[in-house]
Ligand binder design. Sequence first.
Ligand code: SF4
Ligand code: SF4
Length: 440
Amino acid sequence: MSETPSDFYRDFPFDDVLKCVHCGLCLDACPTYRALGVEQESPRGRLYLMRALWEGELEADAAVAAPLARCLDCRGCETACPSGVPYGALLEKTRGAMRRRLPPSRARKLFHDWPLQHVIGAERRLLWLSKLTRRLTRLGLLHSPALRALLPGFLKRALAVMPRFDGRSFKAKHGDKIFAPLSEPATGRRVALFSGCVMDVAETEIHEATLFLLRAAGFEVTVPRAQTCCGALTVHAGLRDAPRRWALQNAHAFSDCALEAVVVNAAGCGAQLKEYADLFRDRDAPVSAVDWHAFGAKVRDLTGLLAQSDLVQRNQWREDPVTLYLDYPCHLIHAQRDHAGLAPLLRALPGVTLVEPDQAATCCGAAGIYNLQQGETADAVLDAKLDDLARACAGQGAGLLLTGNPGCLFQLRHGVAKRGLPLTVMHPAVFLSRRLVSIA
Ligand code: SF4
Ligand code: SF4
């Protein structure tokens, strides 16, 4: 029997799907449509499916679930859409509704849903995982060809895009301390640094660089110890209860009234923190006293905030020549819409030649853990991006490829190595902190 709006989508307001007028102006912006060339793999095709499910015209089955699962949730279509269709919110709600109709297998519950709800938001488990992974890496076990030969494709792929775990927690090291500005005059402005889940225990040079840069820009900085995962990966999978708990925990952790901003150096996390209000609009959501719009308004991407500061003017920078290639993470450009300051910030530095490849704003195929779940499509999307980077490098030569989202960083690092491109992939915060030679 067909589902109807009152049962299949019973807890979600979904009327926004009616904003789609089927004009097709979003098709060219969609990486899966460009890679697969099929209407069902486009935003318009997926919105048709969502609307038909909502109106009870279509059964929720595996054939309907597949194109919805193959969506990257990159939200390139939102930027392209003149009708203001909130595609990402509709997709995430549909994924949640589909779970009721098509309950996941036991294996998926164990290896997918459980970690997304009980590992990434659990500080001690993450730290243990970080220590274990670091130990295995140092022993040469994780990357041994013999082990790889034994692994299924999914795990091989996971190893290829795995971050470098540090075996320690950034927020445990710095939690609740107040860091004074490093440069004069102090701005009198206080910000808090969001440390996330995996990135709290992996590649912590990014957070150390972020802390350093904020202080060098004259900010007082704090790292609230009680903060937790933003919930983005879990929400993208259609699971909303655990992220709502984490949202409440983060709202409490960052409730210091003197805070001007919650600074985030991971574009996907920043987008999720900004959009917590959406999680609490569902009819089954707990009533919350938090002003989610005010909370979201305080969330700032690091590069956007630095671009509006006088970081460059108040410090001294290396002047040797360097070529930078830019990648704009989807959730910075299409969700947070806070990407415009990055290029001018970098251009203001001495010695920098900045290259914006034609597809700088196109998805790399990482999309959280999409690259582990939808390997073939993720590879096709990544290949298009690498082709574009190869063309740019042919004209400009070797350099650094900067991207401000961890998932993109790992995916592009993997792709660049596979393709042998003359690029080193780096977070903008790490680049800027290495470029700064002295504090004013
Ligand atoms: S999502 Fe927007 S751009 Fe795409 S078909 Fe619908 S109205 Fe047109
Ligand atoms: S979110 Fe990205 S992959 Fe999904 S339909 Fe929109 S543009 Fe295509």
